[in-house]
Design a protein around this ligand. Structure first.
Ligand SMILES: C[S@@+](CC[C@H](N)C(=O)[O-])C[C@H]1O[C@@H](n2cnc3c(N)ncnc32)[C@H](O)[C@@H]1O
Length: 224
């Protein structure tokens, strides 16, 4: 079994932020938004929370797909927030996407504050992700939807190297190194399942949704 090798938690240098945003994530981002909309339906005039928003490409894609979507996008890294701000402005969405510096492990909002909580490729950055997973579940409103996706650590180095070649082979050497490090820092789906079970967090499904991603989907039951 390949051991987990951590990356720095926040992506907080100008180079890290701009190199990450220069990578083409459009296909996985579009799939993420489609999967959220398939689970949630149209937005209901509440707010969606995007935890670890990075350059805010997912909030932008969600707002472009759904005219009712409004998003609170949080990230720990000031440099990433600057890139996100520019992307939101360029898309003309600054009135529908709020950008705030925040730590996914502890947010001030009350329980159930969001009609949806989403997060893509954040969890592998966090050395001990239990508190962040618990925050994600805590913040979903009754009847709301949680969609969390991240990379899954491969079983061996040969598989990891092959994934980098397949999905980042056309990217810059820096981007390939970043993807390699991210796969190495990721949890396996069994590690995620054991964390969720240990914390008593529910899921409708926790499955591998590609050869390199796990996805946790949960719809919080409506209150009677
Ligand atoms: C790999 S990027 C993913 C960005 C985006 N979700 C996407 O799919 O493109 C991970 C982001 O999570 C941020 N991050 C790491 N730890 C965090 C934390 N504890 N709270 C909030 N953001 C965090 C990093 O700064 C980085 O911008």
């Amino acid at each position: 079994m390949l051991p987990r090798v951590l990356e720095p938690e926040a992506m907080d240098t100008p180079a890290e932020a701009s190199n990450y945003d220069a990578m083409d994530h459009s296909v996985v981002n579009a799939q993420f938004v489609a999967d959220f909309r398939a689970a949630h339906g149209s937005c209901r005039r509440g707010e969606i929370l995007d935890m670890g928003t990075g350059p805010a490409r997912i909030p932008v894609a969600l707002c472009q797909a759904d005219p009712l979507a409004r998003v609170l996008a949080i990230d720990l890294a000031d440099h990433m927030l600057k890139v996100a701000h520019a992307n939101i402005q360029a898309a003309g969405l600054s009135r529908r996407i709020r950008l705030v510096r925040g730590d996914a492990k502890h947010l001030a909002q009350p329980d159930g504050a969001f009609e949806g909580v989403v997060s893509n490729t954040l969890i592998h950055h966090i050395p001990h992700p239990g508190p962040a997973l618990a925050e994600m579940a805590r913040l979903v409103a009754p009847g709301g939807t949680l969609l969390v996706r991240d990379l899954a650590r491969p079983t061996d180095l040969a598989t990891l190297t092959e994934l980098v070649k397949t999905y980042a082979g056309a990217e810059s050497p820096a981007a390939q190194a970043l993807f390699h490090a991210s796969l190495h820092a990721a949890l396996t789906i069994d590690e995620v399942r054991s964390l969720l079970n240990g914390l008593g967090l529910a899921f409708d499904s926790l499955t591998m949704t590609s050869d390199r991603h796990w996805t946790w989907l949960w719809r919080r039951p409506k209150e009677r």
